[in-house]
Design a protein around this ligand. Sequence first.
Ligand SMILES: [Zn+2]
Length: 134
Amino acid sequence: MKLSELKRRGSDGFGSGHFGASRGPRTHNGVDLLAGTGEDIDSPVVGTVTKLGYPYGDDLSYQYVQISVEDYDFRVFYVEPSVKVGDEVTADTVIGFVQHLGSRYHGIPNHVHFEIKKDGDYLDPTPTLIAMGG
Ligand SMILES: [Zn+2]
C-alpha cells in the first residue's frame, strides 16, 4: 500500500492524528494513517534506508524505518521492516509490514505514523501526501 492510499486518522479517544495535534505536553510531529495489522507499506520516496529505529525505548517490539533524500528524513513508524540500512528504495519498494498498536494502546485505531524531518525540524507531511495523491 502507498501511504497516499491510506485514510488519515481523525480524532478519537486517544487524540488526533493530524500534524501539530496536542499530546499533553508534547506535539504530534507527524500524520497518522489508518492501516491494518500486517499490511505492506511502500516507501514514500525514492531514497536510501538510513536507519531502523525504535519509537519506544521501553518496548523494542515497535520499529520505524527511515529513508533519506538529501537533507530530508522520511520516517514511517509502527512497521516491521523488510529492508535494511543501506538499501536503495523506490516508491514501489515494500519497506515493511504494519504492526499491531493495540498491544500498547488498547483499542486505538491501528495506524502508521509518517513524519518528515529536515535539519532537526519536523515538517508537516500533509502536502507531501497530497502531492502523492492522498
Ligand atoms: Zn502519530
